[in-house]
Design a protein around this ligand. Structure first.
Ligand SMILES: NC(=O)CC[C@H](N)C(=O)O
Length: 215
């Protein structure tokens, strides 16, 4: 029996409970030897092999981490090659190296070697769900409902040796934008919210298998 792995979901702010629910379902339905916990403290973080940073408001997330003296522990954790990290939406922003816009208030974790553009598709009213064919990296997943809410995109990859795009979509009349990417073997980022896909846990199943169970 492999050692039980622990996946943390950063629970300072945002849609962390939805990730916890989907991860727990994915672990149960696939008999993965994994526990899932909310993470708000250094003690909880130190239990984790992997950390999911959810959607929400990245500036708020960063400020709470700084004001609770948690930022440095988060920085150390995400920069460990022994840990895996998945940033969704605000989580993608929070771990990015550079921000193309709205960077005045936020202190990021400088993990993802990319420049990220916040609110790339516009405001809340421009949020949308797009059925995506992820089968190039998630076998047979040809129709995943990806929900974009005031979503960021990867505007520029700063290290093409380590950061590989996984999926791009058109952005109005501009060139296609990167909305999912992987850095090395242990960092995943998505602009969209798989935790908000009605009852569809395929993305979380893939994350657990690739970035936790097999990592
Ligand atoms: N759904 C989200 O996580 C939105 C992210 C938010 N627009 C930010 O800049 O942090």
């Amino acid at each position: 029996m492999t050692r039980k792995k622990c996946v943390g979901v950063l629970a300072l702010q945002g849609a962390f409970q939805e990730h916890i629910d989907f991860l727990e379902r994915a672990a149960l339905e696939n008999c993965y030897n994994v526990t899932v916990i909310p993470v708000r403290t250094k003690k909880e973080l130190h239990l984790c092999d992997s950390l999911v940073i959810p959607g929400g408001e990245s500036t708020t997330m960063s400020l709470i981490a700084q004001r609770t003296n948690f930022f440095d522990d988060l920085y150390t954790f995400v920069h460990s090659s022994q840990k895996s990290v998945w940033g969704t939406c605000a989580g993608l922003i929070f771990i990015s190296d550079e921000l193309e816009n709205q960077n005045e208030l936020i202190k990021t974790l400088h993990l993802l070697h990319a420049r990220v553009k916040r609110n790339a598709f516009g405001r809340q009213a421009q949020s949308f769900t797009k059925v995506c064919d992820f089968s190039e990296f998630i076998p047979e997943c040809t129709d995943f409902p990806a929900t974009f809410i005031r979503a960021p995109v990867i505007d520029k990859i700063l290290d093409s040796e380590t950061v590989k795009p996984l999926y791009t979509i058109p952005n109005n009349d501009e060139e296609d934008v990167i909305v999912a990417a992987q850095q090395g073997s242990n960092v995943l980022v998505t602009s969209f919210h798989p935790e908000l896909a009605d009852d569809d846990i395929r993305f979380h199943e893939w994350f657990l298998k690739k970035f936790v169970v097999d990592f």
